[in-house]
Design a protein. Structure first.
Length: 581
């Protein structure tokens, strides 16, 4: 199988799934579409039913006296979003906004194209309906830095633990019988399971031999080391925010969800108060919905800043260049952050076995590692998500060509490495990169995508930190297991790297070639500058942003758990503020 065949296979499967989606087999699970008429009035308007928006919809509608209107640009999650083994087929479909990055002329040097595909969910549950399931809270320092950035200690790790616990439903006996069980929730909406297969254990031992700890439960706050991860999978079903927070309340009479409806502008009156939203319904009709109490923007790290800027909230010079009247001059879109992935591949022992695929599980055995270059520090410098393949070159091709869109030559080398071999496919990221990107308007047309500059490696120190992290990670090849099976790191043949004279030069070149996004877009409307510590937009009343864009800084590891906890806390802040009025 070559790259062309692999891509053709992916497209064929997507086509079959599209036909299956037309049957709407899961429609019974979701709240029905409740179209609202022009000038309809709600207490709360939530823009976006994604990861955060679904949590907000649930928690705000717990009060039966409050009318909560949720406006979502997408529709119901189809059957394929529910099945864990199918996650690779979800991006680049109608459920994805299909954003792409601007070509920076520097990164993405050896790919199928010179831009990055920036998948983001356009469906109930948002990106939690498309993501890769890892449930990792991050390091305590990440949240303590939120508290510092906001000047509000309620955002610290210790004070957020109750909100993490509130959302979770964990039934794993290993975790519940461990000393860390007090940090885990058992009564929340979101079902969580843990990697239970044995194949990763030999890798954990190899990393332990090289000086890394094996961690029992990384979500308890001890992050430095390697561990079996938790997943947002329960009962064989993806636990998206839609599955977890919307499906159980689909019949709440005070909850109105408008689907396939695009919010085009936030209406702000002369008193700088957000009073409603303009939107375009599924049949193309333009209507205005009014909010008596608050408007909560939960449109995601790209669409939230875009909507604020279209509504006059953003950098003055940029808005005026489009003829937009400035309501509040704020650095919207200036602080964009993401985990840039670097793909590493190790070829291990010969094997004729292939792994049995259970569609209800994460597709392959996996483990995660948090590493530090400075062995005296207590927080991680880098994170690795590690996937194990056994004699499955076709699965590796899918990762290479469809998920990460790497160059055909690279995918061919990976295919060869996976024939009759076990392969460790690793995604390495800096936990807290220094580089920053930007989100900008492309035009004043709300249906045009924003211009997205990832800013990857714009901070030169990041490139050096990637090299240091890779060198620390690949030391595992010196372990007894790796040497015993003749394991080797795959050093790919890049035409542009032939001039490298030493190993650091090679890895610098490698990083520029073997990189992609991990889809952890965040911090484009952060607390501390754009928002205050209660997530209110500075200079505008009755308007908050609650999603990944509100983070002051990226958290180490996958961000889904961090987005959920931010929304859980935000809902409490809003309900308390209303009870005081």
């Amino acid at each position: 199988m070559d790259v062309g065949t692999a891509l053709a296979s992916v497209q064929a499967i997507k086509g079959a799934l599209l036909l299956l989606s037309a049957l709407a087999l899961t429609s019974y699970k979701w709240p029905v579409d409740k179209p609202l008429s022009d000038s309809a009035t709600c207490d709360y308007i939530v823009i976006g039913a994604g990861t955060a928006g679904s949590v907000m919809a649930n928690r705000l509608s717990e009060d039966p006296r409050s009318i909560v209107c949720v406006i979502e640009a997408g529709g119901d999650p189809p059957l394929e979003t529910e099945i864990p083994s199918l996650f690779a087929y979800l991006p680049k479909t109608y459920m994805d906004w299909n954003f792409i990055s601007e070509d920076d002329g520097y990164t993405a040097q050896y790919r199928q194209q010179t831009y990055l595909n920036l998948a983001q969910g356009k469906v109930l549950g948002g990106s939690s309906s498309l993501n890769h399931f890892y449930h990792i809270r991050g390091d305590p320092k990440d949240y303590d830095d939120w508290a510092t950035a906001t000047g509000d200690d309620t955002w610290s790790w210790q004070n957020l633990i109750p909100y993490f616990i509130k959302s979770e439903r964990i039934e794993d006996p290993y975790i519940l019988n461990s000393q860390s069980s007090k940090y885990c929730g058992t009564n929340g909406y979101m079902g969580i399971t843990r990697e239970s297969r044995d194949l990763p254990l030999k890798y954990l031992e190899a990393f332990k031999e090289m000086g890394h700890k094996i961690i029992e439960n990384v979500n308890a706050g001890d992050t430095l080391g390697f561990f079996l991860p938790m997943f947002t999978i329960f009962g064989g079903v993806r636990q998206s925010s839609a599955e977890s927070f919307l499906s159980p309340i689909k019949n709440r009479e005070n909850l109105f969800i408008m689907k396939n409806t695009l919010v085009t502008k936030i209406v702000i009156d002369e008193n700088l108060q957000a009073t409603g939203v303009e939107c375009k319904t599924s049949d193309g009709t333009s209507i205005t919905i009014l909010a008596q109490k608050e408007i909560i923007v939960s449109a995601g790290a790209f669409n939230s800043p875009k909507l604020l800027m279209l509504s006059g909230i953003g950098p003055k010079e940029h808005l005026e260049s489009f003829g937009i009247s400035v309501v509040s001059d704020l650095p919207v879109g200036e602080n964009s952050q993401d985990h840039m992935a670097v793909i590493l591949v190790h070829q291990l022992e010969e094997t004729n076995d292939t792994l049995t695929s259970d569609p209800s599980q994460f597709p392959v055995p996996t483990f995660v590692g948090f590493g530090a270059i400075d062995k005296t520090q207590s927080y991680p410098d880098y994170v690795t998500l590690n996937l194990i393949s056994r004699n499955s070159p076709a699965a590796l091709m899918q990762l290479c060509s469809s998920v990460f869109s790497l160059h055909e030559n690279i995918c061919a080398q990976i295919y060869a490495a996976g024939e009759g071999r076990e392969v460790l496919f690793s995604v390495l990221s800096l936990g807290r990169p220094l580089s920053r990107g930007q989100v900008r308007l492309q035009s004043t047309n709300p249906e045009d995508p924003p211009k997205i500059y990832t800013g990857f490696l714009s901070a030169t120190l990041d490139l050096q930190n990637y090299v240091d992290s890779i060198l620390d990670f690949v030391r595992v090849t010196e372990s007894s297991y790796f040497t015993g099976v003749g394991a080797q790191t795959i050093y790919f043949d890049f035409p542009n790297c032939s001039s490298a004279t030493n190993i650091r030069d090679y890895w610098e070149c490698y990083v520029l070639h073997m990189m992609d996004t991990t889809f952890h877009y965040s911090a484009t409307c952060p607390m501390g500058t754009v928002l205050d510590s209660s997530l209110k937009v500075v200079g505008v009343n009755k308007l908050r942003v609650v999603d990944a864009s509100a983070m002051p800084n990226l958290t180490s590891g996958n961000i889904n758990a961090a987005v959920v906890v931010l929304a859980e806390k935000a809902a409490d802040i809003i309900k308390r503020s209303q009870s005081c009025e």
